[in-house]
Design a protein around this ligand. Structure first.
Ligand SMILES: NC(=O)c1ccc[n+]([C@@H]2O[C@H](COP(=O)([O-])OP(=O)(O)OC[C@H]3O[C@@H](n4cnc5c(N)ncnc54)[C@H](O)[C@@H]3O)[C@@H](O)[C@H]2O)c1
Length: 378
């Protein structure tokens, strides 16, 4: 009935206004939504993507996510305190919406070295809202499952999974547990929204990722083991921009390796490949860890615009409108990932650019490169 629809629309608008007014007056109260019906026992149990304010025919219920006090911040366990874990710890130290309640590593004393509370598993999952998994792909094992089982959201380091099947299983677990699954592909936050959402049509694209690493980087430890690492320079250095290409060009359909040189079996240090996308777009890709200087450059020429991302700086023309954005430090971009995830965990917004679900394309390409590793001689 039109009258009822009008009433509902009015109520929705009214509740939304009250909601945002309360957040302005008392931002630390974190008013999540106004709704009818029972309050969730755990306020973080807001379904991802749920509207902030829901209209309803009966009395509105105010849901406070957290009141000011000891639990006002999202409690984070950082698992794996190597290079990536250290970067997470540094970013989290600068956020007033999060606190690290556990630093977990096989190396005793490592957490203390970073100024984090040292805890082991599973104790670290006892009282935690978010688990940042900063382990190599092959060492993540049951940690993600345990985190979801403990009611925590999960942030995975890149590459997001050992293969697309594992990624699908992770996404299903997140949905089953009604938890959020995010990925630290921080470069997604370097590009303006308008660029990432633009339809370039069938495009031709080139990607060059040159990041110097000594050969021994890929001949020792987990980085030399294809089952632990899931690949070499492309999986670990090229993954960020390859993922960007997938955000822009869509889902890959075919991957052909043109040339590769491996430092160990399945661990590339130089790779050239061609990727065809379902959108009709084509990408020529070159990744090397043997160059002397660092360069990351993605160029896209499409039917409806062009884009260049060079070392984090974006220049684009979308339907004749120019867009420019200067490069920002990686630490700032990592903070953006956490901000989006934390806001989504409060139900203040949906998980968007940080979503693990957006990693299917890059995961398929990396897996295909791995499958073809044995077919191409170094
Ligand atoms: N997003 C980025 O910019 C970025 C930057 C660096 C690394 N990474 C990614 O992060 C992942 C890890 O790389 P890294 O450079 O930090 O590796 P690393 O070798 O420096 O660190 C791995 C750490 O995990 C610990 N560890 C291993 N197994 C463990 C377990 N079962 N429980 C607890 N701790 C365990 C090790 O002791 C080590 O401290 C890789 O996938 C890498 O590609 C991403």
């Amino acid at each position: 009935m039109p009258t009822e629809i009008h009433q509902r629309a009015w109520r929705a608008a009214y509740l939304d206004t009250v909601c945002s007014a309360l957040n302005k007056i008392a931002p630390r109260m974190q008013v999540a939504r106004l709704q009818t019906g029972p309050i969730a026992t755990n306020p973080l149990e807001t379904a991802p993507g749920a509207p902030r304010c829901r209209p309803g025919p009966s009395k509105a219920v105010l849901v406070l996510m957290r009141s000011a006090g000891s639990h006002e911040r999202v409690r984070v366990a950082v698992v794996g305190l190597g290079r990536a874990g250290e970067q997470h710890a540094a970013v989290l130290a600068g956020l007033d919406t999060a606190t690290v309640t556990a630093g977990v590593d096989l190396r005793a004393g490592r957490a203390a070295q970073l100024g984090l509370p040292e805890r082991g598993l599973p104790a670290a999952l006892d009282d935690v809202d978010l688990v940042a998994v900063c382990l190599p792909p092959g060492q993540r094992g049951g940690i993600v499952e345990a985190a979801f089982a403990a009611g925590a959201h999960v942030l995975l380091e890149k590459p997001p999974a050992a293969d697309p099947a594992e990624l699908t299983a992770l996404l299903q677990r997140a949905t089953g547990a009604n938890r959020l699954a995010a990925v630290m592909f921080q470069h997604r936050f370097a590009l303006p929204d308008a660029v990432l959402r633009h339809d370039f049509g069938a495009a031709t694209a080139t990607l060059l990722v040159a990041r110097p690493r000594p050969e021994r980087h890929y001949t020792t430890g987990w980085r030399a083991d294809r089952f632990q690492a899931g690949g070499g320079a492309t999986a670990h250095l090229g993954a960020h921009y390859l993922d960007l290409a997938c955000q822009i060009l869509g889902m890959p359909a075919e991957v052909s390796v043109l040339r590769r040189r491996d430092a160990a079996a399945g661990i590339d240090v130089e790779l050239a490949a061609r990727v065809s996308f379902g959108s009709g777009s084509e990408l020529m890709l070159e990744v090397t860890s043997t160059a002397r200087h660092r360069t990351e450059r993605l160029r896209v020429r499409g039917e409806h615009g062009w884009l260049e991302v060079t070392d984090g700086a974006t220049s684009a023309s979308l339907g004749g409108v120019r867009h420019r954005r200067a490069a920002r430090p990686a630490a700032q971009l990592r903070a953006e990932v956490y901000r989006e995830l934390i806001a989504a965990s409060y139900g203040h917004r949906t998980l968007d650019w940080a979503a693990l679900a957006r990693s299917v394309g890059v995961s398929r390409i990396l897996h295909s490169l791995q499958q073809q590793a044995t077919a191409v001689r170094p």
